[in-house]
Write a new protein. Structure first.
Length: 401
């Protein structure tokens, strides 16, 4: 057995403020509630939350940095939702990930994506020229699709009401989602735009646990939005992107941004409630179960808006059990879905979600996060569930009258 040395003054202990609620790992009761709450715990592999906290407290930095547990953790915070001491697992794991000793263990796809995003403003390396070419081509298709020769997908327009920040998948493998969002904006009847300068809602610096990289990525978006003078930054359906930009921006950059931040389902519901647009629930004449993305729901408190919007677009909205704050993670969070080597682990991590979806007995599931959408779709295929997965905003776009 490898000999270990306990270090109360380790590098990790210097990062942790153990007197601050959330990072008070010295007060861990070792009760195991965190283990029982983890949706992966008990399956093959996966993180053991209590072990992570104890190793961090005991100064076992090197062992913890080498452990696959820190990259398997989904940062979903379900494990410590009921922690009697208020320890925040997300904060603990992110600080472990930020240690210099984890440099060689960072998933290669994550490291490459961070480098590309910082240098190009897009995690997939889309150049400004490629972006413009893609949008102009989509614009022509869009005008034909809605039978309006004057319709367009605008970009780099100044002083608009809305600036839409897409998910990288909308500019690659899921262009139809972007044109669906364009259809909603067109119906809103107010000036909107995309930005060729920054085209990416994701923030993989957050996954890495590096606050400085996270800050730089947020600042890229803030500066691009403020330079265009947009009133509201509208985020694509992206759980962690929403969490970072909605909740952490002011702390990260040291000031309030000069614009409001909202998500596409929230904005669509707001516009609908003003009577500007209507939806026909007969478009989706089947029950749809809603999956709460961890970052959007448990960590940002957005529960009602997606459900209310779905209720206007679909025949029936059903609940997975448990739901809301207690919702089970899809198994693709924390950066694991961005790691091309993590597919097998994701399928194991998603078993609890699979059991949930089987139990509710529906053939359609909706979520408000494109990462969750990908994970749930792959789970359905891997476990032969026959379930079709949608995003909330896409269903709304299809049901618009």
């Amino acid at each position: 057995m490898e000999a270990v040395t306990l270090k109360k003054d380790s590098a990790l202990s210097e990062l942790m403020d153990m007197d601050f609620v959330g990072e008070n790992i010295s007060e861990c009761l070792t009760c195991g509630i965190c283990n029982s709450r983890c949706s992966w715990y008990g399956e093959e592999g996966g993180p053991i939350p209590r072990r992570i906290v104890r190793m961090a407290f005991l100064g076992l930095d090197d062992l913890l940095a080498k452990s696959p547990m820190i990259w398997d953790c989904h940062l979903c915070n379900r494990c410590t939702l009921e922690c009697p001491m208020g320890i925040d697992m997300e904060k603990v794991v992110r600080k472990v990930r930020s240690l210099p000793t984890t440099k060689d263990s960072v998933p290669k796809d994550l490291a490459k994506g961070i480098e590309t995003r910082l240098s190009m403003g897009d995690v997939n390396g889309l150049t400004k020229e490629e972006f413009v070419e893609t949008i102009e081509w989509l614009s022509e298709e869009f005008a034909d699709e809605i039978d309006d020769p004057d319709a367009t997908i605008p970009y780099d327009q100044k002083h608009t009401r809305f600036l839409y920040l897409p998910n990288p998948r909308e500019l690659g493998m899921n262009l139809l989602h972007l044109t669906a969002m364009a259809g909603l904006f067109h119906a809103f009847g107010e000036p909107w735009t995309l930005s060729s300068r920054h085209t990416d809602v994701t923030n993989w610096g957050y996954f890495k646990g590096d606050d400085e990289i996270t800050r730089k990525m947020v600042l890229q978006i803030v500066e691009a939005t403020e330079d265009l003078g947009a009133e509201t930054l509208v985020l694509s359906e992206c759980g962690h992107g929403y969490y970072v930009l909605k909740n952490l921006t002011e702390k990260l950059i040291g000031r309030k941004p000069k614009f409001f931040v909202t998500g596409m389902p929230e904005l669509t519901l707001e516009i609908m409630n003003r009577g500007v647009i209507k939806f026909d629930p007969k478009t989706h004449p089947y029950p749809v179960a809603y999956h709460d993305p961890c970052n959007l729901g448990r960590k940002s408190g957005i529960f009602d808006a997606p459900r209310e919007l779905l209720s206007k677009c679909c025949q029936e909205v059903k609940e997975l059990d448990p739901n809301h704050e207690n919702s089970i993670c899809c198994g693709g969070g924390g950066g694991i879905v961005q790691d091309s080597t993590g597919t097998k682990r994701r399928m194991l991590a998603g078993k609890a979600k699979v059991r949930q979806m089987k139990t509710v007995g529906v053939k359609h599931v909706a979520t408000a996060c494109l990462s969750c959408h990908r994970q749930l779709t792959e789970l359905s295929k891997h476990y032969d569930l026959g379930i079709q997965v949608h995003t909330v905003a896409a269903l709304a776009a299809e049901a618009r009258v």
